[in-house]
Design a protein around this ligand. Structure first.
Ligand code: GSH
Length: 204
């Protein structure tokens, strides 16, 4: 059995959107939990199995998967027919894994460090900066129209997500802005955002 632990308008929204994109909402139970919010609202939820009380978390027959990249790779591997990732083991699968790992290991830290205006030679040596991150996304989109070429995938869903939430972080580049807008306009995302809007009232 698969259970996704979700809190509306949070990082887990992207995982719920993936379920919608894949047409597998009926295959994964979604449990709403509260989380500690930056504005001081919410709080830890005893029903959430995430070791730090965060979302998303995916429980698969007693095994806990955390980190959006890992959750998305797990789901796209379990349901390959949904077509949200290249065939496992194909050369393009390597590109897919690289984007998912790069997001978790580099892009998200880079954007948060930049938002906090934190600079240090070790940080730059390890992660580089938004300039290099932008160049990497742009290089893929020049070939485009999606990160993996002609098909929208979970890589687009994950990598565009911080720009959808924080418009000011979006690089001032027409190719990247257009890609973010195309990701934002997908019906699956719009549907989940509407649901999140409604369920926030229930969870708060
Ligand atoms: N690296 C994790 C980050 C998870 C995360 O920070 N989630 C936030 C929601 S946006 C959270 O649960 N915060 C509650 C807390 O920090 O206690 C991922 O991408 O899955």
């Amino acid at each position: 059995m698969l259970t996704l632990f979700h809190s509306p308008n949070s990082r887990s929204t992207a995982c719920l959107t993936l379920l919608e994109e894949m047409g597998i909402r009926d295959r994964v139970a979604v449990k709403l939990v509260t989380i500690k919010r930056f504005d001081g609202t919410g709080g830890l939820d005893a029903a959430n199995p995430h070791p730090e009380g965060k979302v998303p978390a995916l429980l698969h027959d007693g095994h806990l998967i955390t980190e959006r990249g890992a959750i998305m790779v797990h789901l796209t591997t379990l349901f390959p027919e949904a077509g949200m990732a290249p065939a496992v083991g194909s050369p393009l699968w390597g590109d897919y894994l690289s984007w998912m790992s790069w997001y978790q290991g580099v892009l998200e830290p880079v954007l948060i460090l930049d938002f906090c205006k934190l600079e240090h030679p070790s940080l730059t040596a390890t992660f580089r900066t938004p300039v290099e991150a932008t160049a990497r996304i742009k290089a893929a989109l020049v070939k485009g129209p999606w990160l993996l070429g002609d098909k929208f995938s979970a890589a687009d869903l994950l990598v565009h997500s911080p720009y959808a939430w924080f418009k000011e972080a979006t690089p001032d580049d027409p190719l990247i802005r257009d890609w973010v807008e195309r990701c934002k306009a997908r019906p699956a995302r719009l549907k989940v955002l509407q649901e999140d809007e409604a369920s926030t009232l229930q969870v708060a």
